[in-house]
Design a protein around this ligand. Structure first.
Ligand code: SAH
Ligand code: SF4
Length: 399
């Protein structure tokens, strides 16, 4: 074995697992594994929970309510490392995009990069998280859809995205906000809402998404309530009911067309779960009500799905479902065959939807200059050479 390979093996062998991002069950297992007695586990997990998820601690030595012996044991076996920030980009409108490196899951696997986007508004801050590396689905207008699925993200990697965002935005007790940035007004929470609208199909990674949401919503830690968490699906019908019953978040459905023929072209999953079945699942979504409406996302594609007749078909289709309609101007990406509808066309469409009684906010594209807008996410670096990747890393370190 070459020296480099030997060093690499040694480095991998000495890599300690991180506790940051683990749920209560996994945390208890990690403590049991280093000899914490069973009758102390619950209490120890509560202590650690506070330090990890309420305070955002990076170092076991700061955990003053934990005995010194246990702190030393924890430091010997574990870390509190988050996914590594490879690049941070800040758009002129305040949107931030982080390219994060997630550690290899199995020895020999190369590390991958995922993207997380933060969208500040005056009264709120929304974090858009990824649930998979790539996507198995191939929606024709989506950039992520051109990247084959590499793997599901673990629950810890999903929670890790929230923790990194809090680190970078200084949203832990006593931490400082970044300077010269467009952020929510003082007093408003920096990350008040979470949307699963980054890379991947969350309902194809149900268990990990569920565990991650339990951690994110836990009132003793990150405390972002389930009413402020939205899971967006392209229409994985069999998992919609379990999402409502077992997880209880808000639901968003990527509809994009009111006819099966067109929807099949845009969202090929429609061949498996056609519109009627999808809407039936929405009608029966546990907890759905006028106060807890389902968001239907509709991407505006020029000359494809944007006529007044399409708008009328859409409102007819959604009749009787407590719904919000979110019109998303198409965000172009290199190589796409689609264009975004003209502004007048979007306004006309929106008016028809509005007159039918739906609030129809047109989602202003955010962070377009840094390719952070919906559907533009794709690990850019996967196409870069080793030298270019080094340059990116250096940039990230000097920022
Ligand atoms: N896989 C899930 C969640 C991630 S996509 C889903 O499809 O719902 C998040 C949202 O962005 C979806 O509504 C998706 O249809 C939309 N989207 C994808 N590509 C887009 C693009 N290029 N422009 C605008 N919206 C896009
Ligand atoms: Fe996957 Fe959603 Fe993109 Fe479709 S729109 S390819 S489901 S990430």
């Amino acid at each position: 074995m070459s020296l480099a390979a030997t060093l690499k093996t040694a480095e991998t062998a000495s890599k300690k697992p991180s506790l940051a991002g683990l749920g209560r069950v996994a945390l208890a297992e990690a403590l049991a594994a280093i000899g914490v007695p069973a009758d102390q586990l619950r209490m120890r997990v509560s202590q650690l929970w506070h330090w990890i998820y309420f305070r955002g601690t990076h170092d076991f030595s700061e955990m003053t309510s934990v005995s010194k012996t246990l702190r030393a044991m924890l430091a010997e076996h574990y870390t509190l490392t988050r996914p590594e920030v490879v690049v941070e980009q800040v758009s002129s409108d305040g949107t931030r995009k982080w390219l994060l490196r997630v550690a290899a899951e199995t020895p020999g696997e190369k590390p991958y990069e995922i993207e997380t986007v933060y969208i500040p508004e005056a009264d709120r801050g929304t974090l858009c998280v990824s649930s998979q590396i790539g996507c198995t689905l191939t929606c024709t207008f989506c950039h992520t859809g051109t990247q084959p699925l590499v793997r599901n993200l673990s629950a810890a990697e999903i929670v890790g995205q929230v923790m990194v965002a809090r680190d970078r935005l200084g949203e832990w007790p006593g931490a400082a906000r970044p300077e010269e940035a467009i952020l929510p007004t003082e007093g408003a929470r920096m990350i008040s809402n979470i949307v699963f609208m980054g890379m991947g199909e969350p309902l194809y990674n149900f268990d990990n998404v569920k565990t991650a949401i339990e951690t994110i919503a836990d009132g003793d830690g990150l405390s972002i309530g389930k009413r402020r968490i939205t899971v967006s699906t392209s229409g994985v019908v069999p998992m919609i009911e379990p999402l409502g019953r077992e997880v209880g978040t808000m639901l968003a459905v990527s509809l994009h067309a009111a006819r099966d023929e067109l929807r099949e072209e845009l969202v090929p999953l429609n061949k498996k779960y056609p519109i009627a079945e999808l809407l039936e699942a929405c009608r029966n979504y546990p907890g759905v009500s006028n106060a807890k409406r389902i968001t239907f996302e509709y991407v505006m594609l020029k000359g494809v799905n944007d006529t007044p007749a399409d708008a009328k078909a859409l409102v007819k289709l959604l009749k009787g479902i407590p719904a919000k309609i979110n019109l998303i101007p198409f965000n172009p990406w290199p190589g796409t065959k689609y264009e975004c509808s003209d502004w007048e066309t979007i306004e006309r469409f929106s008016e028809i939807v509005f007159n039918a009684g739906y609030a129809s906010p047109v989602r202003t594209p955010r962070g377009r200059d840094i390719l952070a807008a919906c559907g533009q996410l794709k690990s850019e670096t996967q196409k870069l050479s080793a030298r270019e990747r080094m340059a990116l890393r250096a940039m990230a370190m000097t920022d």
